[in-house]
Design a protein around this ligand. Structure first.
Ligand code: SF4
Length: 395
């Protein structure tokens, strides 16, 4: 993918077509096929079928997935809301300890790969919260919803979880040590479009009334803005600043963190500190070369692709800033229209913590919602990969 080679200095971003395998699984009907839809995919997939850039196709996309044979369709935005719950708890813990600051976001696997390969000294700064894709996968496969899914199927069954992502690096993320098995297959937005065409589904003629399945279909505006550069940080600020101050007096929207143009975006969050957003790994490298980055910021978001995931290597190809801007506008339109716009206000997320997880970043959360990193090429990394390969062989 030309776009990826422009922006990604690691070797993970090669699109390996997987949609034939997905169709085989759907046709075999041996599994409960579950699709999980990323925030940026619902914005861009319409472009594959002649819709104008920025057209929101959520309902039509869900109906297409059901027509393909997926039995459950979940919203990765739910996973994003959980990511924010965990990352906020991590950040607040570090602020109290005064250690391992600034916190570096970790939901972009291309960025994580880059740190493991090039700057292992930064690993202590990386949030160990899983990405929304991997959180939703673990909740579906191993978490409290695995039993619910089996009951829905009416027979003992294993879910086959397919992530629909704007991203080629998410394929690599699903295979990381400790992650394997929670997400069975990752398809890019473009691959899904090919599948839809291969099955002669007239995307444009579908009704736009499809709805995600509950409870993993409920989400907030904060989960939706993960698809844009600055969105992860804005979502983090919305929840972490609320927890710090205990009131809703701080603004909901942080426009200083938005925009698809390359560069460093910063703002001061009262009660929390200064935060930064790097639109691209090259931009992060520039920031990390400055003298004061360790003391100036409490949190830094890094996303590898231009404009964030809405410009991801698995989206309909475009380097056109106008198109990226229209996709971003659509994302913020969805956020503005959402009845709840802070992750901690998601009622299904609240129920998840009350009934199954307990405390954010606590013992159960650590087991299900967090991960670990290691320098690439280190003895520990090689051992983790070997053990993971053995696990997968035995599964
Ligand atoms: Fe994937 Fe988004 Fe990172 Fe691009 S910015 S590599 S699409 S997670």
């Amino acid at each position: 993918c030309g776009q990826c080679t422009l922006v990604c200095p690691v070797g993970a971003l090669v699109e390996a077509p997987a949609w034939h395998a997905a169709l085989e699984v759907l046709d075999s009907r041996q599994h409960m096929a579950v699709a999980m839809v990323a925030p940026a995919t619902r914005i861009a997939i319409g472009e594959e079928f002649g819709f104008k850039p920025g057209t929101i196709s959520t309902g039509r996309l869900i109906n297409a997935l059901r027509a393909l044979g997926f039995k459950q369709v979940f919203d990765v935005n739910f996973g994003a809301d959980v990511t924010i719950m965990e990352e906020s708890a991590e950040l607040l813990g570090r602020l109290m300890d005064g250690r391992q600051l600034p916190l570096l976001t970790s939901c972009c696997p291309a960025w994580v790969n880059w740190v493991e390969i090039n700057r292992p000294d930064l690993l202590v700064h990386l949030s160990d919260t899983r990405s929304p894709q991997q959180i939703l996968g673990s909740l579906t496969k191993r978490g409290p919803f695995a039993r619910t899914l089996a009951a829905t199927a009416g027979r003992p069954t294993q879910a086959f979880v397919v992530g629909i992502m704007p991203c080629t690096a998410k394929k690599d993320e699903a295979l990381r040590p400790g992650m394997s098995g929670d997400v069975d297959l990752v398809l890019t937005t473009r691959e899904l479009a090919r599948m839809i065409r291969a099955r002669d589904i007239a995307f444009g003629a579908l009704d736009d009334d499809g709805r995600f399945d509950d409870p993993l279909g409920e989400s907030t505006g904060a989960g939706q803005i993960f698809g844009a550069s600055g969105g992860v940080m804005e979502a983090l600020v919305r929840t972490a600043s609320f927890i710090v101050r205990g009131d809703r007096t701080l603004p909901l929207e942080w426009h200083q963190l938005r925009g698809v143009d390359e560069g460093i975006k910063t703002t001061d969050v009262p009660g929390m500190g200064r935060v930064a957003v790097c639109n691209g790994i090259a931009v992060a490298q520039r920031l990390l070369q400055t003298e004061g980055w360790r003391t100036e910021y409490v949190a830094i978001e890094v996303m590898a692709c231009p404009g964030g995931c809405l410009g991801g290597g698995g989206e309909p190809k475009s380097q056109d800033r106008d198109i990226l801007t229209k996709r971003a506008q659509a994302i913020y339109t969805l956020d503005g229209a959402a009845p709840r716009r802070r992750s901690h206000e998601n009622l299904s997320v609240q129920a998840l913590y009350a009934e199954a997880i307990g405390e954010a970043n606590g013992v159960a959360a650590q087991a299900l919602l967090h991960t670990a990193y290691a320098p690439r090429g280190s003895a520990r990394s090689l051992l983790m990969r070997f053990l993971d390969a053995v696990d997968r062989r035995d599964a």
